[in-house]
Design a protein around this ligand. Structure first.
Ligand code: PEP
Ligand code: MG
Length: 531
């Protein structure tokens, strides 16, 4: 039997390991005894109050949220839902939320009616704390090499996955630019996403042939099919080995144009693998993955150590560190964010860090301090407005002054660039280009915002096309504005890792590519064949 999906690159053969998940909570919630549920609810309420109290100093809205969480009436209704109505802690909070939301909605006053949203927000946060402490690792049973089959993988699953034992990934939801696919691709693990009914059709222990190149998985195939597959895999390995031989050499086109091929990374392991695979530097270090591995927000010293380690691994090659890019689909377990109806159009990336100035400045000071040990650049994610860029630039200057006062060394010539991920940067490319040292086009997000198609939603995947004429036009505008202002432009979205489009990107005028490590050898070969 064969199932179809959307594949990334590569082939894998192995035993299936199926994880069926309850995605309403992200992880399944096991209801306990009445006392256990009361304990979970009280503990979560306490954590939410502590969290809101800390935020209360920053903004009045959080003081109001603290008062809601601290209201004994809310606590009483939650308790009675558990004791009398035999509800689980999350259900009891949800039901209590509805009671208080409705009370506010019934009041004949627009201001008080709007407080219903605050109640909902606070209750969502309390539930987030329950989720955090009840999170079990659904993948902990993966103890041998297998192809993981599951409904959906979220960025927060990344620290839970043991990639050493995962030789392939198949999901029923998702998109090749989802963060788990990106990380898997970086590690050379093929993935097939949008594979309808995979968790119902495939059973743990089934033999699978995953052909991500052609978007297919064969379930319990015939011996002939296995034979053909092995031949194909052997040939692919041979081609890859040939390309790897030259991968450490600089890629120069036939016309003599040098095109640096950098790598995308999320961890020191990724950096090591990228450099072994011939990367000319790291064009995108997704720093949020360093934050996701921690149990609490890493302080300045911890970050200095992490970035210095990364810079040392890169030796003199460049290391572009992207500041924290959370919000959207990437969340930090220790930083519950208020509910948003449209998180991808909400407070994500630079918007979120600029709203938490100390979070931003701590990271910038750490990057600056590490810059005295390597060739580091700062990259700002999800920029959409000139004033926001100017605000970030002012804060970076403030951090430099603070380090000067403390006589702490940093690279005074450090470069700052931006990700091009929003249509507003494309339309005002020249204004942005005059204020930064480089552009890096994030086609994963730029595609979703230009095409108005959520990058994780299979139902609109036909609109999510990074080579749509609108995207090509956008990249041309960006490249031409960058060159008018003498700044380099790279592409670091997944499009850059597809060798089928390397020549197209060079035609557009892209100067550098930042790709998944496993793609480096073939991309360099493509560059060498470009006339
Ligand atoms: C992008 O949007 O293309 C990008 C590289 O950023 P991320 O995939 O981490 O959102
Ligand atoms: Mg992005």
């Amino acid at each position: 039997m064969i199932l179809q999906g959307i594949g990334t690159n590569g082939l894998a053969m192995g035993e299936a390991y199926v994880v069926q998940r309850d995605m309403t909570t992200g992880h399944s919630y096991q209801k306990g005894s009445c006392e256990e549920e009361l304990h979970s609810a009280t503990e979560a309420l306490q954590k939410a109050k502590e969290h809101l109290l800390k935020l209360a100093g920053e903004n009045d809205i959080f003081s109001a949220h603290f008062e809601i969480a601290d209201d004994p009436a809310l606590q009483e209704v939650i308790e009675s839902n558990i004791r009398v109505n035999d509800m689980s802690a999350p259900d009891a909070i949800e039901a209590a939320s509805k009671v208080f939301e409705n009370l506010f909605k019934d009041i004949d006053d627009a201001y008080l009616q709007a407080r219903a949203d605050d109640v909902r927000d606070v209750c969502m946060q309390i539930k987030a704390f329950i989720r955090q402490s009840s999170q079990k690792n659904p993948f902990q049973g993966i103890s041998h090499k297998c192809i993981l089959v599951t409904n959906e993988l979220l960025p927060s699953d990344i620290p839970l996955l043991n990639f050493d034992n995962i030789t392939g990934i198949i999901t029923s939801k998702g998109n090749p630019t989802s963060h788990v696919c990106i990380i898997a691709s970086n590690k050379g693990i093929p993935a097939l996403v949008g594979t309808a009914h995979c968790t119902e059709t495939i059973k743990s222990g089934d033999c699978l042939l995953l052909d991500a190149d052609n978007g297919k998985v064969h379930i319990n195939p015939s011996p002939d099919c296995i034979h053909d597959f092995e031949l194909k895999a052997g040939l692919q390995k041979h081609d890859q080995a040939e390309a790897v031989k030259n991968a450490r050499l600089t890629a120069v086109t036939i016309g003599g144009r040098v095109v640096p091929v950098l790598a995308n990374a999320g961890s020191p392991d990724d950096i090591r693998k990228a450099l072994e695979s011939g990367a000319d530097g790291i064009g995108l270090l997704r720093s949020e993955f360093l934050f996701m591995e921690q149990e609490r927000c890493p302080d300045e010293e911890t970050q200095v150590q992490a970035y210095t380690h990364a810079a040392k691994l890169c030796r003199q090659q460049s290391l572009t560190i992207r500041t924290l890019d959370i919000g959207g689909d990437k969340l930090l377990p220790y930083m519950p964010l208020p509910h948003e109806d449209n998180p991808f159009l909400g407070q994500r990336g630079i918007r979120l860090t600029l709203a938490h100035v100390e979070l931003f400045k701590t990271q910038i000071r750490a990057i600056l301090r590490a810059s005295s040990e390597g060739n580091i650049q700062i990259m700002l994610p999800f920029i959409s407005d000139i004033l926001e860029l100017e605000h970030a630039t002012e804060l970076i200057e403030e951090c430099k002054k603070e380090l000067d006062c403390r006589h702490i060394a940093y690279d005074k010539m450090i470069k700052t660039g931006i990700m091009v991920e929003t249509p507003s940067v494309v339309l005002l490319a020249s204004e942005f280009a005059s204020r930064v040292d480089f552009f890096s086009i994030g086609t994963n997000d730029l595609t979703q915002y230009i095409m108005a198609a959520d990058r994780g939603n299979n139902q609109v995947s036909k609109y999510y096309n990074s080579t749509h004429p609108a995207l090509l036009k956008a990249m041309q505008l960006i490249a031409s504005a960058a060159h008018q202002h003498n700044i380099p432009v790279s592409v670091c979205g997944e499009l850059a890792s597809d060798p089928n489009y390397t020549h197209m990107l060079l035609n557009i005028g892209i100067d550098r590519l930042s790709v998944n490590s496993s793609a480096i050898p073939l991309i360099k070969e493509k560059i060498r064949n470009y006339k």
